[in-house]
Design a protein around this ligand. Sequence first.
Ligand code: GLY
Ligand code: MN
Ligand code: MN
Length: 454
Amino acid sequence: MFAEMLERIGEMPAPISNSEYISRQSKLFDTLAESDVLILCAAGETIHSNDVHHPYRTQSNLLYLTGWTEPEAVFCACHNGKEWETHLFVQPKDTLREIWEGRRPGVEGAVADWPVDFAHPIGEVSKVLGKMMSNCTKVLHRVGVKSSVDELVIDAIQRRDRARQKLGSGPIAVEDPSNRIAEMRLIKSESEIEQMRFASDVSSMAHVAAMKHGGGVNVMEHQLQAIIEGFFRYAGTSGWSYPSIVGSGENATILHYKINEDHCRDGDVVLIDAGAEFRGYAADITRSWPNNGKFTEAQKEIYQLVLDAQNAAIAECVVGNPYNAPHEAARTVLAKGLIDLGVIKQSLPEALNLETGELKIWYMHNTSHWIGLDVHDVGVYLPGGKPRLLEAGMCLTVEPGLYFGAWRPDATCPERYSNIGIRIEDDILITDSGPVILTDKCPKTIDEIESIIG
Ligand code: GLY
Ligand code: MN
Ligand code: MN
């Protein structure tokens, strides 16, 4: 069943080039003073139990600037008087460890094939960094990722204090570089969009595979999850970009349900929120469908309303709009629709009121978040307190939903919509010629969905 889905996915794109990584680094260095030192750390592996590790995923900013994915790495940069020079500290080659755990590029591989000027064994970080920091005035370093490097930075500051009278050199400030890098990550390059498009295609086809081969009364939620995540790996992505949510019936009304152990019962709608990660880039798709292949009239009413809200929100994904214009459009459509369906008894302005409006009982989350190297990607939404305006190259999700949990003690669920949970989520690229739906290979109209469910 997977081969058929694979045929509908575009070619795997070329990886991000070293020249692109170098130009990202240069762009960041252009914002720094020549007396600054930049440090980015990746965490080490964490133990699951005994000698079993949790799957490793490196820190996104380090990945963004270097493409390096191995654990236990430190990237740093300083200006040598003529130009910026970059250093990567890595796990050195170690035959015994490599026999057991896998090959390592090591120092030689890092400097030969990755976009850095110098590479060193991770054990030399204190010697090299200590020297680098002794003459700088500011260290750009995020505290709390790697305690051994935090200590080096503190030590450099204390040394500076001790030498202040004599030399007047050494760091006097520490700044988290994350915001500077977030500003860059917010606008995706063509090559990044290609990676995201591939992650989106794979995720779309994984959802189709679940609809086509997983639909059916009494299928288990974890069986649908298995199809989806099995396809993620089959298609060559690294797996999920966040834990898959597969909830049927009342479980679909729990926003981040993750147990995925229940039956899909006859008449239930199943909500699947699942996306693949490809070369670090995330996709994030939600589809909601009747596992018996046919929406009830009540389910159709809610589904179509959420789809209308999503379409209205996507139409607002245009250059120059505030980032929350899609959210406001979705809220308005949902509130109007719920008033028409008799669920909300307030007027439209009353229903939309953030304090007292009834819309938030059934729609309690935001419509969008940035997406990129992280599923909930970086970038300040309200710089200076004002909503950021959308620019070409930004990517965000559009994911309105309605959740009628009959189990909720805080609200009286309308009987007709009891335990219907619907979310429809796509990933949108902002362009000068309007919104591009990266996840457009995943069908979502009622007719399309009903015709696919096996
Ligand atoms: N999958 C989490 C989200 O949609 O934001
Ligand atoms: Mn999302
Ligand atoms: Mn999602």
